[in-house]
Design a protein around this ligand. Structure first.
Ligand code: 5GP
Length: 123
């Protein structure tokens, strides 16, 4: 199965994105459909489909995504106010692009819990 997604195309500059940060291991760019005043995605350049596919060999790389998120938070001035850095997994997690990515959301207070459950049942 090919691990190519739209994010591989962004890494390879085959489709445009508003790129905020890049190094040899990771790329960060603005989300095309922002859910907060600031919404970026931090992705590894190596394609890993879901959190379920992360192994010990990826530990440093996945940690690096948070290092990049923290840099962006400082650079864009929302580190002190706070923000959310979250990764969705598979259908129930709300994942739609199967190349892991850290959502970096900031610029307004975040709600919790994140799910919409009208019956207020515990999950
Ligand atoms: P997920 O639902 O998998 O956690 O998040 C995927 C995210 O990728 C969504 O927030 C969606 O808006 C964003 N996205 C999907 N396609 C593109 C694209 O072509 N460019 C950019 N910049 N973001 C995208």
């Amino acid at each position: 199965m090919s691990s190519e997604t739209i994010f591989t195309k962004i890494i390879n500059r085959e489709i445009p994105a508003e790129i905020l940060y890049e190094d040899e291991k990771a790329l960060a760019f603005k989300d095309i459909n922002p859910q907060a005043p600031f919404h970026a995605l931090v992705i590894p350049k190596t394609a890993i489909a879901t959190i379920n596919d992360i192994t010990e060999t990826h530990a440093e790389l996945v940690g690096h995504l948070y290092v990049v998120a923290a840099k962006l938070a400082k650079q864009f001035g929302f580190a002190e106010d706070g923000y959310r850095a979250v990764m969705n997994c598979n259908e129930n997690g709300g994942q739609t692009v199967y190349h892991i990515h850290l959502h970096l959301l900031a610029g307004k207070p975040m709600g919790w819990p994140p799910y919409q459950d009208k019956k207020k049942e515990l999950i």
